[in-house]
Design a protein around this ligand. Structure first.
Ligand SMILES: NC(=O)c1ccc[n+]([C@@H]2O[C@H](COP(=O)([O-])OP(=O)(O)OC[C@H]3O[C@@H](n4cnc5c(N)ncnc54)[C@H](OP(=O)(O)O)[C@@H]3O)[C@@H](O)[C@H]2O)c1
Length: 274
């Protein structure tokens, strides 16, 4: 089969189609013929050599895929049949003609959805769901600040915050992105490039700050995050787009608000973990 591949870390010019061995489904695994995969920020980081796949995972790019069941490994329970339309979150390997997936990780594609639409769901939406519910334990009426609001994860998070009857507000780098986030349900949005988002957030929350921050930016935002986090607030870090090295008295600022820092990484969860 063919797969999108690179031999050396770098730009997109390093990508090429490589003929590789078609995978065989092992015990309890399903072989999926891939119709569509998606491109996430994590793929770009991996291609640049900054986000290696976890031990034992495929080194082919692609954290999600949608397609049809093409084979069943020994011990499969009968849940899936040849030809079923499925989508899955993957530790890697989605940007190839075939991929194997543990049967419990497959999700059926709803009837009205195309393979292309389905392929864009698992990574962004499961990340956002995990951040909000498993980690952040979002409650009705809470205010959630979502950085990079127009990113894949950000757009999913806005809609999930609304579903939880909480209030999403965002930061983004352009007016067009702020408009897209407003259309998705953001109650307010701030352009971090030309205004101090922490002051704007404090204005919006009438001085109390936000209950939760979903942060994929990291270092460059730490001080502003603590300015606009509420007392007892939860700051959830799930990406480090601006780096991870922090200079300053973070711990004093954190304890003065009784705030907590949580981190989350979907890819390093094992197959059985919740
Ligand atoms: N922990 C996990 O389990 C997990 C899972 C999925 C994704 N992630 C992480 O989540 C982040 C978003 O992923 P995605 O695929 O949804 O991204 P995406 O759609 O590619 O969007 C990323 C956006 O982040 C903003 N950005 C980039 N660098 C920035 C910086 N230095 N400061 C502020 N904003 C910056 C940019 O928007 P603006 O123009 O608005 O600046 C960019 O468009 C990535 O860091 C990714 O690695 C983590």
């Amino acid at each position: 089969m063919f797969a999108a591949y690179f031999d050396f870390p770098g730009g997109p010019e390093n990508l090429y189609m490589k003929e590789v061995m078609k995978p065989n489904p092992g015990e309890g695994e399903v072989l999926v013929k891939v119709s569509a995969s998606a491109l996430n920020r994590a793929d770009l980081l991996q291609r640049r050599g900054k986000y290696p796949p976890p031990k034992g995972a495929s080194d082919i790019l692609g954290l999600e895929a949608a397609g049809s069941v093409a084979g069943l490994g020994p011990g499969c329970s009968g849940r899936w049949r040849i030809g079923d339309a499925v989508m899955a979150l993957l530790p890697g390997g989605g940007q190839a003609q075939f991929v194997t997936v543990p049967e419990g990780l497959l999700m059926p594609i709803p009837k009205d959805m195309t393979f292309i639409q389905a392929a864009a769901i698992p990574e962004a939406w499961l990340t956002a769901f995990q951040l909000l519910h498993f980690v952040g334990k979002v409650q009705e009426g809470e205010t959630v600040l979502i950085h990079a609001g127009a990113s894949g994860v950000g757009m999913a998070a806005i809609q999930l915050v609304r579903l939880a009857k909480a209030i999403p507000i965002v930061t983004a780098g352009t007016q067009e992105k702020l408009e897209a986030t407003a259309n998705a349900g953001a109650a307010a949005g701030f352009n971090y490039k030309n205004e101090d988002f922490s002051e704007k957030v404090l204005e919006f929350t009438q001085g109390s700050g936000v209950d939760i921050i979903l942060d994929c930016v990291g270092a460059s935002y730490w001080e502003k995050n603590l300015n606009c986090l509420s007392t007892d607030g939860r700051w959830i870090i799930y990406g480090l787009l601006s780096g991870g090295e922090v200079h300053g008295d973070l711990l004093t600022r954190l304890i003065s608000k009784r705030a907590s820092i949580h981190t989350s990484l979907l890819r390093s969860r094992d197959k059985e973990a919740s």
